[in-house]
Design a binder for this molecule. Structure first.
Ligand SMILES: C[S@@+](CC[C@H](N)C(=O)[O-])C[C@H]1O[C@@H](n2cnc3c(N)ncnc32)[C@H](O)[C@@H]1O
Length: 268
């Protein structure tokens, strides 16, 4: 696949991964998510009771169900992979609904129709994450928020651990950071394509779309949290994920200079 990013090939990869992915999400331990990222994302979203929420790249619906359980009035989950959407529909719990869609093009959704948009480890899969960002900005109401979790750019550049002769982890390799291009790697035995971008590329695209940055979170684990998921001890050493909490300004189209929306209150 060349840099024109053959979208059919990307879709094929997710179709191939979907059965294993659904099984893993539902039966696996998912330690980095369940023991770290999920809690950080829910906290970053703030109170969701009564909100209209869009889950961009929802997969088999894991996080959408958590938002529904937290009281969201409606959660619309979108994913380009039919098998993911079929699986999500099977576990729909009421306010959550699911639709097959490419999240780079949300033209089927009206302007200003959501209070909160979330994207959980999906923008790193998109050839044009900036198009997704602009589309989400449009469908959010003024004052609405966009909470996006990505693979941390320090990890998406290379990501691998350097190990000693005995296999012990020494440090994570950071290299080719400024080479923004696709990376291919194996997940559950399936070759998958991701897109590495620098921290600046992500943040500047959010600002260019009109968002204000409320918080930037690099989740890690406490010693207390490690008791439940001891295999997450790596997460105290190097960042794995990054969460941007963004707000669409209250006034006008929200270009720079407009008043930012208040940032969500943090849960204790
Ligand atoms: C790493 S999974 C994350 C799924 C889910 N957000 C979660 O946290 O479990 C990435 C998802 O993005 C979806 N995806 C990839 N490209 C997409 C696109 N252009 N539009 C919509 N979904 C896409 C894949 O089908 C996959 O379900």
């Amino acid at each position: 696949m060349d840099e024109r990013h053959d979208r059919d090939e990307l879709r094929r990869q997710w179709r191939q991964l979907a059965p294993g992915w659904v099984r893993e999400m539902r039966e696996g331990r998912n330690a980095p998510r369940a023991g770290m990222l999920d809690g950080a994302m829910l906290e970053a979203c703030g109170p969701v009771a009564g909100l209209q929420v869009l889950d961009s790249g929802c997969g088999e619906g894991r996080f959408a169900r958590m938002l529904a359980a937290a009281g969201a009035r409606r959660v619309l989950g979108l994913d380009a992979c039919e098998a993911m959407i079929d699986a999500a529909r099977q576990l729909a719990c009421g306010p959550d609904e699911y639709r097959v869609a490419d999240v780079e093009d949300l033209s089927f959704l009206p302007d200003a129709s959501f209070d909160l948009a979330v994207s959980c480890l999906n923008q790193c899969d998109l050839p044009d994450f900036a198009a997704n960002t602009r589309a989400l900005f449009r469908v959010l109401r003024p004052g609405g928020r966009f909470v996006v979790a990505n693979v941390h750019p320090m990890r998406s550049a290379v990501g691998a651990w350097q190990r000693d002769a005995g296999g012990a982890k020494q440090h994570v390799i950071l290299d080719n950071y400024f080479d923004e291009s696709q990376r291919r790697w194996k997940m559950l035995g399936v070759e998958i394509t991701n897109f590495h971008r620098t921290l600046g590329t992500y943040l500047n695209a959010y600002l260019d779309a009109g968002f204000a940055l409320c918080r930037l979170i690099e989740p890690t684990v406490t010693d207390e949290a490690l008791k439940a998921y001891p295999e997450n001890d790596d997460e105290q050493r190097v960042p794995n994920f990054i969460i941007f909490v963004l707000a669409k300004p209250e006034q006008g189209l929200g270009r720079r200079g407009a008043r930012p929306a208040p940032c969500p209150s943090r849960r204790d």
